[in-house]
Design a protein around this ligand. Structure first.
Ligand SMILES: Cc1cc2nc3c(=O)[nH]c(=O)nc-3n(C[C@H](O)[C@H](O)[C@H](O)COP(=O)(O)OP(=O)(O)OC[C@H]3O[C@@H](n4cnc5c(N)ncnc54)[C@H](O)[C@@H]3O)c2cc1C
Length: 259
């Protein structure tokens, strides 16, 4: 029995080894042009699975790469065990403390839906399908960035599995160095299983795209974005205060949950 086969008895989640049915789909990146010649895919069921995987990888000399969505896939994963975090999908919003706790498999769209129900927003980027954790570990440049800074700077705490396979809660007091490194340094310092971060008031946002061609291409684009750019309490990087419904093609003034 191989080291990879051994894993099956240690985890609650699925282990798919190259050549097995379902492996091709499970190992595919979001960008289909990127080939991912990984040795196996592990779909962790929970944080304990992540811990067991890391411990086993240490003992067996395996390399683990975390990839919730594959938005940042480069293809440099030959022979590694690809860790999927999709089942770590919890989203909790505390509207009083204005804090969200999300699992490492959650994408921004779900956070924004949960936060918008309370007139709050996280600091997402341009796409609802980008993973919250991967985005934030890389810094996270949001449409709200001018007002609230990098998404990484709004993190209160990370729940991680370290290189020994130990679980820990990391914040500015418990481990300042690791907390600093995780906020912008990428995913090489620990496997994150969940994060807590600040939410911000955002009672409404008018946004949209379209009409650029109708207004004369790039030259007209500034006018379109100014026309659509009203953020909470003023403007957050998208132009001047606008009048709702001002956009071309009937898309201006439509309420959207957070972007
Ligand atoms: C359509 C689109 C729009 C985007 N818009 C923006 C934007 O507006 N602003 C912006 O700042 N960025 C933006 N990005 C870039 C995006 O933030 C990065 O590609 C980010 O790395 C994607 O994270 P992911 O988890 O979805 O991708 P993945 O490729 O699955 O993961 C990326 C990397 O994050 C790390 N990682 C992920 N999860 C964990 C974990 N649990 N533990 C440890 N490491 C982990 C790993 O190193 C992994 O290689 C955009 C990307 C796309 C595809």
């Amino acid at each position: 029995m191989s080291d990879l086969d051994d894993l099956r008895g240690m985890l609650r989640g699925r282990v798919l080894v190259a050549g097995e049915e379902g492996f091709d789909g499970a190992s595919r990146a979001w960008n289909l042009a990127v080939d991912q010649p990984v040795a196996a895919v592990v779909e962790a069921a929970d944080a304990d699975d992540v811990s067991a995987l890391v411990r086993h990888a240490r003992r067996s000399g395996l390399t683990v790469a975390v990839q919730p969505t594959g938005h940042g896939a480069s293809g440099a994963v030959e022979g590694v065990v690809l860790l999927r975090t999709g089942a770590l999908d919890g989203v909790e919003v505390d509207p009083v403390r204005r804090i969200a706790r999300v699992g490492a498999g959650v994408s921004w769209g779900r956070v924004q839906e949960a936060a918008a129900a309370h007139g709050l927003t996280g600091l997402p980027g341009s796409s609802p399908v980008v993973g919250v954790t991967g985005y934030t570990l890389g810094g996270g440049l949001s449409w709200f960035g001018r007002r609230h800074g990098w998404a990484a700077d709004s993190v209160r705490a990370f729940e991680v599995v370290d290189a020994e396979g130990e679980r820990a809660r990391v914040d500015a007091v418990s481990d300042p160095d690791l907390f600093w490194a995780l906020r912008g340094g990428g995913g090489d310092f620990a496997v994150v299983t969940a994060m807590e971060f600040d939410l911000y008031p955002a009672p409404e946002l008018y946004g949209g795209a379209g009409g650029v061609g109708r207004l004369g291409g790039v030259a007209g684009a500034g006018g379109v974005f100014r026309g659509h750019g009203r953020g909470p309490g003023g403007v957050d990087g998208v132009g001047e205060p606008a009048h709702p419904g001002a956009g071309a093609d009937g898309v201006g003034g439509r309420h959207v949950p957070g972007w």
